[in-house]
Design a protein around this ligand. Structure first.
Ligand SMILES: [Zn+2]
Length: 266
């Protein structure tokens, strides 16, 4: 049987070597500073073309995680407008390295702001976006004003972006730590997500240091946090999508997590 591609979130300097060190099929990384507005850079020696060629030769698929500062939903103009610009720059740069997708968090609106405005801001952002590379929206763990913490919000988000040009091509990235800490039961979450989005394009397979519905986003190595190992493996299996670990411990810790998943999925 064909196995699902597995990978890890790695350092951007040499994602190919990092993936190999973890026996991974996929490498996810940032293009530049995840906490900054400066715009994407390809840190790999030789730049975008060299990275594309090396990835193709090694048979490693690339994913780009967009900077954390991006929040296209917010009602704060001074964040929303640069967020749209940085998301576009990131998608364009990701396309240049032949990435399989750009993962971006669902974001949130300001306290007391109207949630509908946030969903409509997502619609406008997608409308304007040139999706040279697929965009995958990821669920997040915390906050009362999040666009993609709970399923009822994800349903409203999907309805909103469905009205955008190209909205039907937007994908979903399911993070197991975020759903657990966010307060959604993992045992049923794949079916509930697919009922809304019709798709799961990528799984972020992370254990959680914190309890169910804690709202805290602290990843743990697989089988070592508060998520049942059976539930975690079942999410990846039933999602039927590639999976990436964003766990601590460098190549040793993540290599063990990739091996853990491979064994559970075999
Ligand atoms: Zn994640």
């Amino acid at each position: 049987m064909t196995s699902l591609p597995l990978g890890a979130h790695v350092d951007q300097e040499d994602p190919i070597a990092e993936a190999r060190a973890r026996s991974a099929d996929l490498a996810q990384f940032f293009l530049g500073d995840p906490q900054g507005w400066k715009g994407p850079v390809v840190a790999y020696e030789g730049g975008a073309a060299a990275l594309t060629a090396a990835a193709s030769e090694a048979g490693i698929g690339l994913y780009v995680h967009a900077p954390y500062v991006i929040n296209v939903a917010t009602t704060n103009n001074r964040i929303r407008i640069p967020s749209r610009k940085l998301l576009q720059q990131t998608v364009t740069a990701a396309a240049e390295i032949g990435a399989l997708g750009v993962i971006v968090h669902g974001g949130h609106v300001l306290k007391d702001a109207d949630l509908d405005t946030g969903f409509d801001n997502w619609r406008k952002a997608i409308d304007q976006l040139d999706m040279a590379c697929p965009v995958l929206i990821e669920n997040t763990a915390g906050g009362d004003n999040a666009m993609a913490r709970h399923l009822d919000r994800i349903e409203r988000l999907w309805a909103a972006i469905g009205d955008a040009e190209g909205g039907d091509t937007v994908g979903f990235c399911l993070d197991t730590c975020h759903f657990h800490a966010g307060g959604e039961e993992l045992s049923s979450v794949v079916d509930r997500v697919k009922a809304i989005t019709g798709r799961i394009d990528l799984v972020h397979a992370n254990d959680s240091q914190d309890g169910f519905d804690s709202g805290r986003d602290r990843h743990a190595n697989l089988g070592q946090g508060q998520i049942s190992g059976d539930d975690l493996a079942a999410v990846v299996r039933s999602a039927g999508a590639p999976a990436i670990v964003e766990t601590p411990g460098g190549s040793d810790g993540q290599g063990a997590d990739v091996a853990w998943l491979r064994q559970r999925l075999a």
